[in-house]
Design a protein around this ligand. Structure first.
Ligand code: 13P
Length: 337
């Protein structure tokens, strides 16, 4: 195998390093319009473009957000959106020293021939969309596929997830975007932590096999794994120390040190749980930057505090900054509660 010399190699490595900088992580704010609608409904708001714009403006303009946040993942609508005052969201991020990123997958659909599992669409036209996103200011991309433990996972679903991620990663790099590789292992199920560990080992082995086969440049990618935890309905809960031990064992067995950053998703963990687990993983030096790329675990309290009211914007931004700072400390292994 020869490693493809992407004309963007230096820039990709630099972007990945910037996103993986000490004490910072990613704000995932790339909910699709359908998912954003669910979040807005939870505070009694209609899913209109204006409401999505108001909420996302609140997030990106939180004062000094860039102290804790190195990258923000946007949905396509937001990448091309301006605030009500007419400033481009991408420009606000750049001023905050936050790298703009873009969700490029087209979502999950049933995987024919599987045990009611899913696959992730979006490879058709991806090269031209990626080039346009780069022009618009995006420097990294995200593709989220999922693996379900209660439904298998079948060998077919794991192979499809890994292959899709690898094709996406190669196409992103050819167009100057650092790919975030995200095979989310869903929390649903009553399985124990050992079972999650076993499935995660299988998934990451295949992901790296196909990344290598597609000549992906490892210094220019970021990973977005799930932490290794028991299933959401499992009666035996795990301490942050246990989650950290299993998750780091997985990373050491499967992830080469050439990969600059490992940015965990929160996957339905509570805000505090997600911070404590990240902090536990950073108690000793790691070969990679181990950080966060949270959506719900950064936004839940912020969204509730806002409630759609202009007079609550400042309090909502404070709530976001509180979580961002806590996770920044956790990235450094210095969170004390
Ligand atoms: P959560 O942190 O809410 O799991 O979302 C992260 C994300 O972007 C999932 O793709």
């Amino acid at each position: 195998l020869t490693v493809r010399a992407s004309s963007y190699a230096d820039e990709l490595a630099k972007t990945a390093k910037t996103v993986a900088s000490p004490g910072r992580g990613i704000l995932a704010m790339d909910e699709s319009n359908a998912t954003c609608g669910k979040r807005l409904a939870s505070i009694g708001l209609e899913n209109t473009e204006a409401n999505r714009q108001a909420y996302r403006t609140l997030l990106v303009s939180a004062p000094d957000l860039g102290k804790y946040i190195s990258g923000a993942i946007l949905f396509e609508e937001t990448l091309y959106q301006s605030t009500t005052e007419g400033e481009k969201i991408v420009d606000i991020l750049t001023k905050q020293n936050i790298v703009p990123g873009i969700k490029v997958d087209k979502g999950l659909v049933p995987l024919a021939g599987s045990n009611d599992e899913s696959w992730c669409q979006g490879l058709d036209g991806l090269a031209s969309r990626s080039a346009a996103y780069y022009q618009q200011g995006a420097r990294f991309a995200k593709w989220r596929t999922v693996v379900s433990i209660p439904n298998g996972p079948s060998a077919l679903a794991v192979k499809e997830a890994a292959w899709g991620l690898a094709r996406y990663a190669a196409i992103s790099q050819d167009n100057g975007l650092v790919p975030i590789v995200e095979p989310e292992i869903l929390l649903d199920g009553d399985h124990g932590i050992e079972r999650t560990f076993e499935v995660a080992q299988k998934v990451w082995a295949e992901v790296f096999f196909y990344l290598a086969e597609n000549n992906v440049f490892f210094e220019g990618i970021l990973l977005k794994p799930s932490m290794v935890t028991p299933g959401a309905e499992c009666k035996d809960r795990a301490t942050p120390q246990q989650v950290a031990d299993y998750t780091l064992k997985l990373l050491r067995r499967r992830i080469p040190p050439a990969v600059p950053g490992i940015m965990f998703l929160s996957g339905g963990q509570s805000e505090v749980e997600a911070t404590l687990n990240l902090n536990a993983m950073n108690q000793a030096p790691n070969p990679w930057h181990v950080s966060f790329s949270y959506a719900r675990a950064l936004q839940n309290t912020c969204l509730k505090t806002w409630g759609g009211l202009p007079e609550n914007v400042k309090a909502a931004q404070d709530a976001l900054l509180l979580r961002a700072k806590a996770n920044s400390l956790a990235q450094l292994g210095k969170y004390t509660g």
